[in-house]
Design a protein around this ligand. Structure first.
Ligand code: BGC
Length: 759
C-alpha cells in the first residue's frame, strides 16, 4: 500500500483505534480494525528458527510452539563468516514464516559480547561490531527477500541478563558509536530491517524505549530507518513518553491500559496526535507490506530445512586444536564418550527455544559405523561425577584408537534471563576429560556451548572442536568434520581468554545495583587483549583447517588517498594442501600514530573463499573512510586523522600474514578550541598561535620552548626534561601567576584571539 493510501486509512481511524494499533492485541499479534480492513499481523521468535506459539503464549520459551527447525544459534552462525550462507538460512526462515503466516521474525540479535558471562551470548554474534553487523545484515537480507520482516534486537547496549529489565548501561559516546551502535548500524543502513526491537535496559539513565536520541535521532534521522520500532516484551515504562521518543509498537500490549493513556494524553494536549498518526502509519506500512506480498504457495518443508540446518552447522564448527589426530579414518576404532554424543546440547534456553521436529546426534550420524562405541561418561543434571559412568568411559577410551568426548555447558549453565558466574565447564566433565586423556593419547574434545569456557585440560588432548550450539542437525555436521568429509572452515568471532579475570569488562560487568559502567570503553575483546599484549587461549579469528593456505601479492590500488576516496585492496590466497577447503581472509586496519587512544588494529573486512587443492583466488576488499576512522566526540562524527595506516591481512587477529602501509589524508580539519586551560605544548603546535602568545607575554615561561643547551635552570634538582615539561604543560591561565601582569580577562582576550585564527 502506498504511503498516501496509508495516510488516508489512518485519517479514517478514530483516536481510540489508532491508540489500539500502538500495542499488541495479544502476545504475538498486532491489533486489527475490521471495519477498515486492517488485519492483525503475527510476529514470532527468532532468531534461529521459528517459535510460533499457536496455543499458550509466553516470552521465555516455557510453553510449546509448533514443531519447527532449529538452525545453529548466532554464536555459531557468526563463526561461519559466510554472508551468503546466512542469507540462504534467512531465505529458509523467511519461507517458513510465509508458510506459517508470520509477518516478522524477532531477530537477529546483534548485541556485543562484552563478557563471556552474558547468558544470551549464544544468541549473539560477536565481540566485534563489524562481524555482528555484517552477519546480521546477511540474515536480514535472506529473510526479507521472502517478503517477511525482521526485528534486529535488542537496541541498545543490552549486554547482560542480570537485572535485564532495569539495568542502566553507562557508556561513553565514543564507545557507543564505535562498538555498541556499530553492531546495528551497518545492517540497518544496508539491509533496512522492517522493524527494530528496543531493549529493556536504560542507556545513560534513559530507558531504551524512551530514548529519543537513539530511537529517533540516530535510528531514523541519521541511519534512515523507515520501519517500526517495537518494544521488547514488557520494555515499555511510560507509554506516552515512549511514543514521543519513537517507540511505535508496544509488545505484548497492555490490555488497553496504555491505549487509554495515549488517548488521554492527546485529548489533554500533552501528546501531539501527529505523533500517534506517524507511529500508526509506520506499523500499518509493515502490516500491509506483508499482507500484500503473501506467498500462499509457501510450504514449511521441515526435512528440507533440516538439511539446510546441517549445511549451516558444517560451517559453524571451529577446529580449535589439531595435533594430527583429525580427521578420523573410517576404519579406526573410536569411542564416542559423553552424554552430548547421544543428546547434543544444540540450542539455548529462553525465547529463542525451538520445538525441534527432529534431532540428529553424533551417534545417530555414525549408526552404521561398527567401529564406533559409546559411553555416556557423565550426566548433566547435577555437577557430580558418576563413578560408574566415568569408569565405563575410561575403559571404552582405553580399548579404542581414538576417544572423542562430547562435552560442554549444560542448559542450566547458560540461558536467557541470567548470566554465568564463571567460565568453567562442570567439574565432572573436566575430570572425565582428564581421566580419558590419561589412558588415551588420541583424545579429541567436541564442545557444545554458547560462549567461551576455560580448558584446564587443553595440553592433554590432541584435538578440540568447538561445535557451539549447532542446531538440531549438529550431530551429522560434527561427524562430517570429524571424519573429514567436510573441511572445517569456521573461525572464532570472539576471543577465548585464558581466564575470566583477563576479560576487559571483568571489574565492572553486571555493575553495582542497576548501574553498569562500561569502564573498558572501546577496548572490548581483541581490541583489549591486543593492546595489552596478553596471551589468550584462542584469539579472535582463529580456526584451523585440514588444508593449508598461503597468502601472497597484497596490493592496494593507491598508496595515498583522501578520506573521501575508496581504496581497493587485493590479496592472492592459495590452497597449498591436498584437500579442498574454505578460508576466511581477514583484513585489519591499524592507525600507526594517533592523537586519540585507539586499538592496535580493527577488523574492517573479511571474505570467505573456497579453494580446490593448488588453486589460487584473488580476494578483494573495498575500504572507505570508516575503515580508517574513529568516532570523534569533538565533532560528534567519524574522523580520520591524516597519517599512515597499516593494512593487515591474515588468518586470525594473531596471525597477520601480509601488511602494507598507506597514507590517508583527512579532508576535515578538526577545529582546535583554545581555552584558558590550553597548554603551551598545544599552543606551540600552531606557529601562528605561538607567535601571538609570545607577542602578548613577551617571552619567559610563555616564550620559546627551552633548548637543551640553553636551559635557564642550572640546578641539579631540575633536569632539562623537567624544564621542558614545565613549558609543555603550562596552561595559558598560568600567565596570571607567572608573568605577574596578566588578569583573567587578559587571558580570555588572548584565548578569543587564538580561537579567531581559523574563523
Ligand atoms: C526477549 C526477546 C524476545 C521476546 C519475545 C523477550 O523476553 O528478550 O528477545 O523476542 O521476549 O519472546
Amino acid at each position: 500500500m502506498t504511503a498516501e493510501k496509508i495516510k488516508e486509512l489512518v485519517g479514517k481511524m478514530t483516536l481510540e483505534e489508532k491508540a489500539s494499533i500502538c500495542s499488541g492485541a495479544d502476545f504475538w499479534h498486532t491489533e486489527a480494525v475490521e471495519r477498515l480492513g486492517i488485519p492483525a499481523s503475527m510476529v514470532s521468535d527468532g532468531p534461529h528458527g521459528l517459535r510460533k506459539q499457536d496455543d499458550k503464549a509466553d516470552h521465555l520459551g516455557i510453553n510449546d510452539s509448533i514443531k519447527a527447525v532449529c538452525f545453529p544459534a548466532g554464536c555459531g552462525t557468526a563463526a561461519s563468516f559466510n554472508r551468503e550462507l546466512l542469507s540462504k538460512m534467512g531465505e529458509a526462515l523467511g519461507n517458513e514464516c510465509q508458510a506459517e503466516g508470520v509477518s516478522v521474525i524477532l531477530g537477529p540479535a546483534v548485541n556485543i559480547k562484552r563478557s563471556p558471562l552474558c547468558g544470551r551470548n549464544f544468541e549473539y554474534y560477536s565481540e566485534d561490531p563489524y562481524v555482528a553487523s555484517e552477519m546480521a545484515g546477511a540474515l536480514i537480507h535472506g529473510i526479507q527477500s521472502k517478503n517477511v520482516g525482521t526485528s534486529i534486537k535488542h537496541f541498545l547496549a543490552n549486554n547482560q541478563e542480570t537485572r535485564r529489565m532495569s539495568s542502566d548501561s553507562r557508556v561513553d559516546e565514543r564507545t557507543l558509536h564505535e562498538i555498541y551502535l556499530a553492531a546495528f548500524e551497518g545492517a540497518v543502513k544496508k539491509e533496512k530491517p522492517w522493524t527494530v526491537m528496543c531493549s529493556y535496559n536504560k542507556i545513560n539513565g534513559t530507558y531504551a524505549a524512551q530514548n529519543h536520541l537513539y530511537l529517533t535521532e540516530t535510528l531514523r534521522d541519521q541511519w534512515g530507518f523507515d520501519g517500526y520500532v517495537m518494544s521488547d516484551w514488557g520494555a515499555v515504562n511510560n507509554r506516552v513518553e515512549d511514543l514521543k521518543a519513537g517507540l511505535d509498537l508496544e509488545m505484548p500490549g497492555s490490555m488497553g491500559v496504555n491505549d487509554k493513556l495515549i488517548v488521554g494524553a492527546v485529548l489533554s494536549g500533552e501528546l501531539d496526535e501527529d505523533v500517534v498518526n506517524e507511529a500508526v502509519e509506520r506499523i500499518l506500512n509493515i502490516v500491509f507490506r506483508f499482507e500484500e506480498n503473501r506467498d500462499h504457495d509457501a510450504v514449511f518443508d521441515r526435512d528440507k530445512d533440516h538439511e539446510m540446518a546441517r549445511k549451516v552447522a558444517e560451517e559453524t564448527i571451529v577446529l580449535l586444536k589439531n595435533d594430527g589426530v583429525l580427521p578420523l579414518a573410517d576404519g579406526q576404532k573410536v569411542a564416542f564418550i559423553g552424554k552430548y554424543a547421544k543428546a547434543p546440547r544444540y540450542q539455548g534456553g529462553g525465547s529463542s527455544h525451538i520445538n525441534s521436529h527432529k534431532i540428529t546426534s553424533a551417534l545417530d550420524a555414525v549408526a552404521d559405523n561398527a567401529n564406533v562405541v559409546y559411553a555416556q561418561g557423565f550426566d548433566d543434571g547435577e555437577d557430580k561425577t558418576d563413578e560408574k559412568l566415568l569408569a565405563e568411559a575410561v575403559e571404552a577410551a582405553r580399548g579404542a584408537d581414538v576417544a572423542v568426548i562430547f562435552a560442554g555447558l549444560p542448559d542450566k549453565f547458560e540461558s536467557e534471563g541470567f548470566d554465568r558466574k564463571h567460565m568453567s565447564m562442570p567439574d565432572c566433565q573436566n575430570e572425565l576429560i582428564e581421566k580419558v586423556a590419561a589412558v588415551q593419547p588420541n583424545t579429541v574434545v567436541v564442545l557444545h556451548n554458547g560462549s567461551p569456557v576455560a580448558m584446564p585440560w587443553i595440553d592433554k588432548v590432541k584435538g578440540i572442536v568447538e561445535a557451539y550450539l549447532g542446531g538440531q542437525a549438529v550431530g551429522g555436521a560434527v561427524c562430517d568434520i570429524l571424519y573429514g568429509r567436510v573441511n572445517p572452515s569456521a573461525k572464532l568471532p570472539e576471543t577465548f581468554p585464558l581466564r575470566l579475570e583477563d576479560n576487559p569488562s571483568y571489574l565492572s560487568y553486571i555493575g553495582e545495583g542497576d548501574m553498569v559502567e562500561y569502564r573498558e570503553g572501546i577496548f572490548v575483546g581483541y581490541r583489549y587483549y591486543d593492546k595489552k599484549k596478553m596471551d589468550v587461549l584462542f584469539p579472535f579469528g582463529h580456526g584451523l583447517s585440514y588444508t593449508t593456505f598461503e597468502y601472497s601479492n597484497l596490493k592496494v590500488d593507491k598508496e595515498e588517498m583522501k578520506d573521501t576516496d575508496t581504496m581497493r585492496v587485493s590479496v592472492d590466497v592459495t590452497n597449498t594442501g591436498s584437500v579442498a577447503g574454505k578460508e576466511v581472509v581477514q583484513l585489519y586496519v591499524a592507525d600507526r600514530e594517533s592523537t586519540v587512544i585507539r586499538p592496535v588494529k580493527e577488523l574492517r573486512g573479511f571474505e570467505k573463499v573456497e579453494l580446490a587443492p593448488g588453486e589460487t583466488k584473488t580476494v578483494e576488499f573495498i575500504l572507505e573512510q570508516r575503515a580508517f576512522a574513529y568516532y570523534s566526540v569533538r565533532i560528534h562524527d567519524w574522523h580520520v586523522e591524516t597519517g599512515e595506516f597499516d593494512i593487515m591481512v591474515g588468518k586470525s587477529s594473531q596471525d597477520i600474514v601480509l601488511t602494507k602501509t598507506v597514507k590517508v589524508e583527512s579532508t576535515v580539519k578538526l577545529p582546535f578550541v583554545y581555552t584558558t586551560d590550553t597548554t603551551m605544548g598545544d599552543v606551540s603546535k600552531d606557529s601562528r598561535a605561538l607567535a601571538i602568545v609570545q607577542e602578548v607575554t613577551k617571552g619567559g615561561m610563555f616564550g620559546d620552548r627551552p633548548q637543551e643547551s640553553e636551559s635557564s635552570v642550572a640546578s641539579e634538582a631540575i633536569s632539562e626534561e623537567m624544564n621542558a615539561a614545565m613549558f609543555e604543560y603550562m596552561p595559558l591561565r598560568g600567565m596570571i601567576s607567572f608573568t605577574g601582569s596578566a588578569t583573567m580577562a587578559d587571558v580570555q582576550a588572548l584565548v578569543d584571539r587564538l580561537n579567531a585564527l581559523d574563523e
